[in-house]
Ligand binder design. Structure first.
Ligand code: ATP
Ligand code: MG
Ligand code: FE
Length: 368
């Protein structure tokens, strides 16, 4: 199976070709991403109109480039997979319309892929992971802990009740006068800071539910910054370090509970997971991380230690596959097709909101 993937849900325009051969070996034949970062950074965030226009301008050429680098023509692909939600509606329209047009012109099936499903299934491409596993998605738009039971079988165990984690980094950076995107800037400053100078709140820590909340943290940072203004570089570094520590502690508590729940629901004695690729029966359970915040080394360290302590494997796919890309969209389309999912009709509409667990399909995987 060979799939052309298209991704335009936010501020990356991307196209990729991915294949799986008869023996089950997977290959990324091409992976082209054009980040719009420079076009948005002056505004301190993604501007939807600018994003949509930039997708229109870049997408056709990017798709040609992806096919060229993969050394295939449209006739050589088995299907087109395009992100159809969730995300910014203008960008989604551009990518999905283009996907439909290509599918129609080339006479190929179209898979309208949920962006979050792309993130959720990436670890099966990179690490051959078998179902079930836990996935923590921490990006600019999402903060979710998801149980991945199988292709099309997702349970959202926890979600943010206010800001996404990447958003908290971005807003905190902004109010400290650091550049956009905030995550890398905050992490850099935190290296020289004292993490114990400020005792920032750790929302929901200790609660049984698996949700997250980060807006109170941001407010506490604003208050602290106002209290000691004007800020020296050391003050900013101390705030950043203390902010990251609060997040680390929060994740440790929230995800720690998630790992416990996983162990309760899937005790080691369970039979072998279904017709998945790769790993063998009786293997340790796995926590996968995805999204741009996964680049943060301190948070990675926290999650790694937590997994070690709980007998989980910690899986962090290469960063360019953790952030937005079209490889994961092509791969999700491939997994759906391989699982026997019907292609989407050409009148399928993009959806700016589309929770992953609203897919009611039951395909392959670790059934109940
Ligand atoms: P989504 O994929 O949810 O639609 P997005 O495009 O914002 O949203 P990504 O591109 O995956 O998501 O990630 C970008 C986010 O990751 C930004 O909020 C950015 O600040 C954050 N980020 C990037 N690097 C780091 C880092 N080193 N530490 C913390 N956060 C980071
Ligand atoms: Mg992005
Ligand atoms: Fe994403």
């Amino acid at each position: 199976l060979r799939i052309l993937g298209i991704e335009t849900s936010c501020d990356e325009t991307a196209a990729a070709v991915v294949e799986r051969d008869a023996e089950g070996h997977s290959n990324v034949l091409s992976d082209v991403v054009l980040s719009q970062l420079d076009e948005h950074s002056a505004y301190g965030g993604v501007v939807p109109e600018i994003a949509a226009r930039a997708h229109v301008e870049a997408l056709d050429e990017l798709i040609e480039e992806a096919l060229k680098r993969a050394n295939v023509s449209l006739g050589d692909v088995d299907a087109i997979a395009a992100t159809s939600g969730p995300g910014l509606i203008g960008g989604l329209l551009v990518g999905l319309m283009t996907g439909k047009a290509i599918a129609r012109a080339a006479g190929k099936p179209l898979y309208a892929v949920n962006h979050l499903e792309g993130h959720a299934l990436t670890a099966r491409l990179t690490d051959g992971l078998s179902f079930p596993y836990l996935m923590l998605l921490v990006s600019g738009g999402h903060t979710q802990l998801i149980l991945v039971r199988g292709v099309g079988q997702y349970e959202r165990w926890g979600t943010t009740i206010d800001d996404a984690l990447g958003e908290a980094f971005d807003k905190t950076a902004k109010l400290l006068g650091l550049p956009y995107p905030g995550g890398p800037a905050v992490e850099r400053m935190a290296r020289d800071g004292n993490p114990d100078r400020f005792n920032f709140p750790r929302p929901l820590v200790g609660e049984a539910r698996l949700d997250f909340s980060f807006s109170g943290l941001k407010t506490a940072v604003r208050q602290a910054a106002q209290d000691i203004a004007p800020l020296s570089d050391q003050d900013v570094a101390d705030i950043c370090a203390s902010f990251q520590k609060a997040i680390s502690r929060t994740l440790k508590d929230r995800i720690g509970r998630g790992l416990q729940r996983f162990k309760t629901e899937f005790p080691a004695t369970l039979p072998t997971p279904g017709p998945a690729t790769g790993s063998a029966a009786g293997e340790k359970p796995a926590l996968v991380v995805a999204g741009g915040v996964a680049a943060n080394l301190e948070l990675r360290g926290t999650l790694q230690a937590l997994c070690d302590k709980n007998g989980f494997r910690f899986i962090a796919p290469p960063l360019h596959l953790c952030t937005d890309n079209a490889v994961m969209i092509a791969w999700a389309g491939l997994e759906r097709m391989a699982a026997g999912a019907a292609p989407d009709a050409l009148d399928v509409q993009p959806r700016s909101r589309w929770p992953l667990d609203s897919n009611a399909e039951t395909l392959v995987g670790f059934g109940k």
